[in-house]
Design a protein around this ligand. Structure first.
Ligand SMILES: C[S@@+](CC[C@H](N)C(=O)[O-])C[C@H]1O[C@@H](n2cnc3c(N)ncnc32)[C@H](O)[C@@H]1O
Length: 212
C-alpha cells in the first residue's frame, strides 16, 4: 500500500526538518510530556494525524490497566503514541513500532530519544504486513494506526502472535468508517474477541480483548 498524499507531503517536510536537525547537535533529553506537548503543537499547526491527548489518555489507561510487556504499534508517524505508551510501561516493557516511511521512522527514534524512552522502544521500517511475521511475539497489546483499509489484514497477521487476554486498540473508527468496516465486523462478531467502542466526538477507538 502506498502512502497517502498527506503523508507523502508530511514525510517530505519531515525529511527537510530531520536533515536540518541531524546536521546540528543532537537535542538534549527532555521530560516526555514536554516532548509530547511540542508534537501536539506542531500537529495542530501542520495537521499531523497523531492520536493526540484525548485518545492518548485511553491508551495510557489501557497500558496501566493491562501492564503489557510487549506492545506492537502499526504506524508510528513521528513517535507520539509510542512515546506516550512506552513512558507508561512497567519496568521491562517494550513498544515495537512498524513504520513504512523511513523518514518518519527516524523522526520517531529521535522523539523517543529526546523523551528518554528509547531504551524501551524499537522501530522497524517497512510495510506492516511484511514486517509483522518477521517479529517474535507474543504481543500483549497492539495499537493499529497505519493504512485504514488494511486493519483487518493487520489483525489477522498479528493474531497468531497474540497472547491470550491481549488488548488491541484500533484508531480512527469514525474518520475512516468504510475502510475500517470489515475490521469492526470481525472483532465484534468473532468469538475470539470481546470488543467495545470508545467515542471521542470527532473520532473513535475500538478496544478489543483477544479471548484466545
Ligand atoms: C496516523 S499515522 C500514525 C500516528 C501515530 N500512531 C501517533 O498517534 O502518533 C499513520 C502512520 O502509518 C504509516 N503507515 C501507512 N501505511 C503503513 C503500512 N502499510 N505499514 C506501516 N506503516 C504504515 C504512515 O507512514 C504514518 O506514519
Amino acid at each position: 500500500m502506498g502512502m497517502s498524499p498527506t503523508v507523502k507531503h508530511l514525510a517530505r517536510r519531515n525529511e527537510i526538518s530531520l536533515r536540518t536537525r541531524m546536521i546540528g547537535e543532537q537535542m538534549a533529553e527532555q521530560d516526555y510530556q514536554e516532548v509530547l506537548r511540542d508534537i501536539e503543537a506542531s500537529a495542530r499547526e501542520r495537521h499531523w494525524p497523531i492520536v493526540g491527548p484525548k485518545k492518548g489518555a485511553l491508551l495510557v489507561e489501557l497500558v496501566r490497566q493491562y501492564k503489557p510487556r510487549r506492545i506492537l504499534e502499526l504506524g508510528a508517524l513521528v513517535g507520539y503514541s509510542s512515546t506516550l505508551m512506552s513512558a507508561n510501561l512497567e519496568p521491562g516493557g517494550k513498544v515495537v513500532s512498524i513504520e513504512i516511511d523511513p523518514v518518519n521512522a527516524e523522526l520517531t527514534r529521535e522523539t523517543q530519544r529526546r523523551a528518554g524512552v528509547a531504551d524501551r522502544c524499537e522501530v522497524h521500517v517497512g510495510s506492516a504486513l511484511d514486517v509483522i511475521p518477521q517479529l517474535a511475539g507474543p504481543w500483549d497489546m497492539a495499537f493499529i494506526d497505519a493504512a485504514k483499509e488494511q486493519y483487518l489484514a493487520y489483525l489477522q497477521a498479528v493474531e497468531p502472535f497474540l497472547a491470550p487476554g491481549a488488548v488491541i486498540v484500533a484508531d480512527n473508527i469514525k474518520i475512516a468508517p468504510d475502510a475500517i468496516a470489515p475490521y469492526l465486523a470481525y472483532v465484534r462478531h468473532s468469538s475470539r474477541y470481546r470488543s467495545s467502542y470508545h467515542d471521542f466526538g470527532n473520532d473513535g477507538m475500538e478496544v478489543s480483548t483477544f479471548v484466545g
